[in-house]
Write a protein that binds this ligand. Sequence first.
Ligand SMILES: *Cc1c(COP(=O)(O)O)cnc(C)c1O
Length: 777
Amino acid sequence: MKTLINPSQNALIEGLTRPKLEPLDLDPLILKVFSEVRRNGDKALNAWTLQFDGVTIQSLAVSENEFAEAEKLVSEELKTAIRTAARNIERFHRSQENREQEVETTPGVICWRKSVPVQTVGLYVPGGTAPLFSTVLMLGIPAKIAGNPVRYLCTPPDKQGKIHPAILVAAKIAGITLVYKVGGAQAIAAMSLGTETIPKADKLFGPGNQYVTAAKIYAQNLGIAIDLPAGPSEVLVASDGSISASFVAADLLAQAEHGADSHVVFLTDDESYLNSVLSEVERQLEKLPRNNIARTALKSSTAIVSKSENWPEIINYYAPEHVIVMGEYEEFLVDEITNAGSVFIGKNTAESFGDYASGTNHTLPTSGFARAFSGVSLDSFVKKISYQRVSDQGLLKLGQTVITMAEAENLQGHANAVKVRLEAGISGFQSPLNADSRDIKRFIRKDLRNMQPYSSARNEYEGISQVFLDANENPFDSPYNRYPDPKQRKLKKAISALKKIQVEQLFLGNGSDEVLDLILRLTTTPFQDSVAYLNPSYGMYSTLAKINGLRTREINLDERFGVSISEILLQAADSRVLILCNPNNPTGKVISKSGLLEIIQKFEGLVVIDEAYIDFCPEHSLADEVMNYSNLLVVQTLSKAYGMAGLRIGMAIAANEWIRALNRIKPPYNLSTQVQETAISQLKTIPWNTLKAEIIRERERLFDLLRSVPSVIEVFPSEANFILFRIQNASAVYNKLLENGVVVRDRSTQSNCSDTLRVSIGTQEENNKFIQLIQNA
Ligand SMILES: *Cc1c(COP(=O)(O)O)cnc(C)c1O
């Protein structure tokens, strides 16, 4: 090895220059091979094989018998080793199968990308001095994972016309059943052009000598892709004196024995250590069977002594196929390396691990290509196709942008392609758009989109019968021995009449708390999505978010509990779901209908309006807008205005497709028979409208009374059946009320809610007791 001690810039550049291959003019030969294979197909291959490999091939394809014979010829020990390596390679390459997310770049414009396997891949494994069955694994396993529909191997036969048995065993393990006996440039020509026997490939993989490489480069002109421009193998070992010289020497020799043209660089900061490594190299060389090859390679290789702070620059300049870093600078170097095919870290991590069995791919960029190329991976076997779909909403939102840009580029045709659609579309449906089922689908968690729901016995059997032996119920008659109606038909009908909402747009849950939980489960991906809501607002939102593994975005209200529409949109922008409580609990404040519609139109995710208190101010409800927006769900409850908190009945109101989606994930019998029956009779018999009016009158009375209490700082106008007010020493007042048997809600301990209490509107008598205590507080 050449040694360079603290070399100058120029000496360094010279020392790191890879040995140049004698430039052979291979073009005429390659052209000849390709044109003969094109003209004579298999016959040409056989002729070249006779000339270069000295054997006449009867059949190009390796037969079943030959595979079976190979199994017998390879030792169990080697087979086990191949299987272990194959398993690791498969594990590592499977980890590269990342599915990409769909992205909605503008509301209604959905873009995504998908990996699609290259249809036909041809793998090449050289014969020659060493049977590279490890390369069979490195190429065959990712191809198997990628699922390339046609994948096959070409490799030259020996003098008996056989393929090395380890290559066939490895091929079988890697899932390759088509192996052809042909090597050299003629194999590359056959794969590029196709012959009677060998299929024409779309992409070629595998190492080879100069002829093979020249043929692969030529194949590119024919529109065939190749894995990497292959060159001689190389390693850079960087180590300080703390590592045994024998390790370093062994690593250098492992590379040098590859081929006479291999290139080896050793980098250290200690001259005497360098000398021990060099004498260790000499010692180990003696015992190496391939020491002739290694010796030749070492002649053109370089050992460098340089201060460790220069190492990153040296490594990145050289851009080695393999770099081994050992010793004290390991971590520092790993962070600084920007050009390398593969990095081996630490004293135990011989390059050989990566060459065979750790799982990483050993087909790596050489000759400095590591500056811009990656090694072979699963990605090498697939193409990434991009997809997009523009919905009606997307057309309206993004169309004008496209037209403006196309016209500025003077491409009227491009602009027209959007214009004709916009013009046709606008007469077809006015904005806001009809909630369209495809639009809804995209809000649903991907893995739930096509999930088969659990089908209960009561769901499957719809008719009238006397003998029910289908649901493992107790046959002895009682009001409740049968499971409840999973479709809650009668109750839905009653609610539909009450609320003037179509049955098909109603979903019922065990309280709106369950409805909100199911909506989050249906639409969000745990540990990925976030949900936005106002602060202060209903405390269950943060609890539900946590239960569902979601991050939270709290949109802080100002001192007087107001917030602008643009602030909501800004704060919620990266959330998948925005929950707005309207009127808001605990403030009693409403966001105007036009404000909410603006949010729904501009927000890219799902908007859930929790209208738990809407029955006290029905004019603010968005229930009649649900068919117009695919990203709107309204949640209501019978717990508040309708006096059924104890029955636990909540509901979602949304476009039919949403209701179907929620039904697919709900527990089958989430409302008991008794609850359904009781609610129907309650709705019929209790004069809720009169009671509601009474509550509102009391609220207004209490509002005025509270405002006249001196210690009350502010009373917030409410549209609901509670009032939030700010009072001096709120917690003390709360305790005083409690001592006298009146429980209100102390909100003063919540962030953003200092000195506030929330009082629900009770009966006149209850309210009087409350206000008296407040007045005397
Ligand atoms: C009370 C309340 C609920 C809970 O309603 P249930 O139907 O009883 O579960 C939901 N949202 C808000 C804002 C509430 O105040």
